[in-house]
Design a protein. Structure first.
Length: 377
């Protein structure tokens, strides 16, 4: 094995220009795949951020709702029907929708309002770095994320603005609650959110339910389905999957990201294949000599495979460092690149597989070697 490794490493490093070209191809390929898949994970997390942070066992959503951001309205009577079921311990209304935030300069910018009642089931802002969550009960109070200070032309706590021609005051500041649509999230009390969005007091966007710990959630859901009209009852995971599927695949965003990753793999495979093929062709006489000396075809194939694996390990190491740096740079951007340990493992496996596939052309060339050529030179 040691001799095979020495032979493989010598072939790989013999031509430095070719080695650099190979590394560039692998690194470019893996970084592109990492960025595309990292954006996919970041996009996925931002799509469902509100659903994932709601304290609910079940969601009552209007029929036809495809994602969290754009639901039809649902009647308040559905909440009373839900809470009449003994196993349902709490039912809280949530209102979401777009409104206009008037800037000090006189211009306006769209914001996405989120209003929730208070209770065991609720959707309140999290990661507070300033202010008090209970202050949102004040009629004109709102919470915004510090990421959007510049866009909203505010400096934070205590500042005033207008939403839907109504005066508001920032009483809470969060960190890390960013929208994938780039429209700032603004939290308010349920009643105020209704006023800002223009929703009647008898309507809501969703109802969040908490179920008794002794109850079977599936049984409660079936009971709710039988008693509710014009509404669906979903678990958080089901609503998560529906919103994710709509934005990633219903809009084509997911296919675009996967397409970029596939392109990166193809580019990397072609470059590595060309390099290994050229290297094998340049050393045909040496391989032929080894065959004439009695080396098996398997031995020579292992040399090529070791060469490809060595290329994969070196290229992946460089690409991993670059990918982690990009992840840190984009951590505070509207669409961060998310690199998880699982994704890093997948990328390493993909790199090895890519280089192993690339070795096929070199192995085919190797199998055509005739040991007799050694004696004719």
């Amino acid at each position: 094995m040691q001799m095979r490794f020495i032979f493989a490493s010598r072939n790989l490093f013999h031509d430095r220009v070719r080695f650099i070209a190979t590394m560039v191809g692998i690194v470019f390929s893996i970084v592109l795949v990492a960025v595309q898949l990292g954006l996919f994970l970041g996009f996925e997390g931002m799509i469902t951020i509100m659903i994932d942070h709601a304290s609910a066992d079940l969601w009552i959503i209007p029929n036809g709702t495809k994602c969290f951001e754009d639901p039809p309205l649902i009647d308040e009577r559905q909440r009373f029907r839900a809470i009449s079921i003994p196993e349902v311990t709490d039912a809280t209304a949530v209102v979401v929708g777009y409104a206009q935030w008037r800037l000090p300069s006189g211009a306006t910018t769209p914001v996405f309002m989120v209003g929730s009642g208070r209770g065991a089931a609720e959707l309140q802002p999290w990661n507070l770095i300033g202010g008090d969550l209970h202050a949102l009960s004040v009629p004109d109070a709102v919470a915004v994320d510090q990421f959007y200070f510049e866009r909203l032309e505010t400096t934070g706590l205590g500042d005033h603005a207008e939403i839907h021609d109504q005066r508001v005051r920032i009483t809470a500041v969060t960190k890390g609650i960013q929208a994938f649509t780039v429209t700032p999230y603004v939290f308010a009390s349920l009643e105020q959110a209704r006023r800002y969005v223009g929703i009647p007091a008898t309507k809501a966007s969703y109802f969040l339910l908490r179920v008794s710990s002794a109850a079977n959630i599936e049984d409660v859901r079936n009971h709710l389905r039988a008693s509710l009209s014009d509404a669906e009852v979903l678990t958080p995971m089901e609503f998560h999957a529906r919103s994710r599927s709509f934005w990633l695949f219903g809009t084509g965003a997911g296919f675009a990201l996967f397409g970029g990753a596939l392109l990166g793999m193809i580019v990397g495979t072609v470059i590595v294949a060309q390099t290994l093929y050229s290297s094998t062709k340049d050393h045909l006489s040496e391989f032929a000599t080894l065959r004439a000396m009695g080396s098996s075809r398997l031995y020579l194939q292992m040399v090529i495979i070791l060469q490809s694996v060595l290329s994969a390990v070196i290229g992946f190491s460089i690409a991993a460092v670059i990918s982690i740096m990009m992840m840190r740079v984009t951590a505070e951007t509207p669409l961060p690149i998310v690199i998880t340990p699982t994704l890093m493992t997948v990328l390493f496996v993909l790199t090895v597989v890519m280089c192993m596939v690339s070795a096929t052309s070199a192995i085919v060339q190797l199998m055509r070697i005739d040991p007799v050529t050694v004696f004719t030179q």
